[in-house]
Write a protein that binds this ligand. Structure first.
Ligand SMILES: [Fe+2]
Length: 166
């Protein structure tokens, strides 16, 4: 316990630098699970005033971001991937129903792709889940939630394609 943001960011940096690709990210997800239940860290970095998307750290060398999210009430997203990048979802408070999808038809800039649901599962406090490049998923949150997420790059700057469920 007693993680600091600086120590955690430095740990993520080392995992991702030493093991580029899914193996390093999985180590980051495991380390994040310890942070998700560190009440001092949560009190400091996820206060009730946290907005829907705040970057609390961006790595100057590798570009990955540590983000905090507080969704007040219901909040869901359509099926998506993270383009050429990846993301780790870590649940702090509340419950996310996650759905994974298989791609049936490619998406293009002017036409949504088609996806089929393959599984559904719950992300509950203390659980972190990695989504690699092309992993299609959709979170559904029926009540207020808080998360810590890690993105391979700042996804707010990346254009993403749309998918519809068949
Ligand atoms: Fe996502």
């Amino acid at each position: 316990m007693n993680h600091t943001l600086e120590q955690f960011a430095s740990q993520c940096h080392d995992f991702l630098k030493n093991s580029p690709g899914p193996a390093g990210r999985q180590k980051v997800a495991e380390a994040l699970e310890d942070v998700l239940v560190d009440q001092d860290f949560i009190a400091k970095h996820l206060p009730p005033t946290t907005g829907e998307r705040e970057i609390i750290y961006q790595d100057p060398e590798l570009g990955f971001c540590i983000l905090v999210h507080h969704y007040l009430g219901q909040k869901s997203s359509d099926p998506h991937d993270h383009a050429h990048s990846w993301a780790i979802y870590g649940q702090v408070h509340g419950r996310t129903e996650m759905r994974d999808y298989q791609k049936i038809e490619e998406a293009s800039a002017d036409k949504p792709g088609k996806v089929k649901e393959i599984r559904t599962y719950a992300l509950t406090p203390g659980i972190a889940h990695l989504y690699n490049e092309g992993d299609l998923h959709a979170p559904e949150r029926k009540d207020s939630t808080s998360l810590i997420r890690i993105e391979g790059t700042d996804m707010s700057k990346v254009k993403r394609l749309k998918y519809e469920v068949v």
